[in-house]
Design a protein around this ligand. Sequence first.
Ligand code: SAH
Ligand code: SF4
Ligand code: F3S
Length: 444
Amino acid sequence: MKKSKKFFLETYGCQMNFSDSEIITSVLTRQGYDQTTDPGQADIVFINTCSIRENAEERVRKRLQYFKSLKKRNPALMIGLLGCMADRTKTALGNDEQLLDLVAGPDSYRDLPFLIEQAISGQKAIHTILSADETYADITPVRLDLNGVTAFISIMRGCENYCSYCVVPFTRGRERSRDAGSIVAETHDLFNQGYREVTLLGQNVNSYQWMSPGGKVDFANLLEQVAGVDPLMRIRFATSHPKDIPDALLHVIAKHDNICKSIHLPAQSGSNHILKLMNRNYTREQYMDRIRAIRDIIPGCSVSTDIITGFCDETEEDHQQTLSLMEWAKYDFAYMFKYSERPRTQAAETMKDNIAEPVKKRRLNEIIDLQQKLSFESNKRDLGKIFTTLIEGESKRSKWHHFGRNSQNKVIVFPKTEAGPGNYINARVVNFTSATLLGEIATA
Ligand code: SAH
Ligand code: SF4
Ligand code: F3S
């Protein structure tokens, strides 16, 4: 009997990439390949890559060095590179590009079995063409999250916003939405398997659009349909673009208890001068207007952001504007980055990466320090409050505790009760750090 081949798959980058890895796993296991968690046991190792910042690519290069050492011991080992770096392996990897037996971009995963066969026959297999319509709607992902409670569902692919700093429109291609019916059906399936939270994913979920036989489905309609699957199924979504988050959508979020009260609304900068250079299509004032609308329409909603510091031509005054916007918005949470020039983007082609590294570093530290304070204050405001919390699993620090999240996406750690993962409990916040809330079980 032919022994089935084993693959090892490692993922870098954003949630969309992790979601893609579930599609990849599904495609491969359906073809009879077995997954292994030990690269030393694998016949083929896959690395699903990210290109968003230089350090993301650097991590992939380092990892390839390790795979190179495995290949020295086992020359039959094949190495496959997937995801957002696929299109530029030659420039990004230099000589190490020769290590690769297979390269497949984000829209090529259906072809993986064929590409593997080609690679086995000794030909290097490369497929990086981006598609205008691939959404993998018919492929049931193999869940890799392992907690059995929370899952991702990709509802769109690609991006056409062309923020001037961003590589995603080049690595992932045209924006396209996935069949609404398939999204609702996948949510039903997950619920029946015991899942209690889904996160709908896209680079800009607000522009979701699908023509169904019953008419046009926009993001607000889709949210309502998914929320209707079961009141016990929680819905999250990311990412929302500040240029189009209308009141109508906020009202839908407010109306359904099971749509989580947490919005990730990346500002990137607080300065109009920089927002314009970034091609973000909103001003500081328009952004503030959206935050006010969120606070008015969805009381208690948490708001988080992404910030890029040290973008081309950013002055000290621009930087102060970012700090003041953060202070004003009282973000509960933030991802903060130093600007990293990416090939092919508008910024790389037409602007100068002219903020010195030490200045970028200092500004980033100021931003991180401020956010630390804001997160601490945000958690402090929760002291004494009672939150419905979905239990996700055992606390990493103590086997006597569970952890879960509240609707606002904050982690709460609390003493274990009989209720296990997948159940809801009411937790009263009794203590906190800037990262975590500590709770006790609240009896009514
Ligand atoms: N589609 C999402 C974000 C995708 S990338 C959105 O528009 O919000 C995630 C974050 O990475 C971005 O929000 C941005 O803050 C950061 N990022 C993207 N390109 C970057 C670059 N060239 N340098 C530094 N940070 C970058
Ligand atoms: Fe990149 Fe902008 Fe698209 Fe987000 S919206 S993925 S930052 S181009
Ligand atoms: Fe995501 Fe990185 Fe690609 S952030 S879309 S995996 S470039």
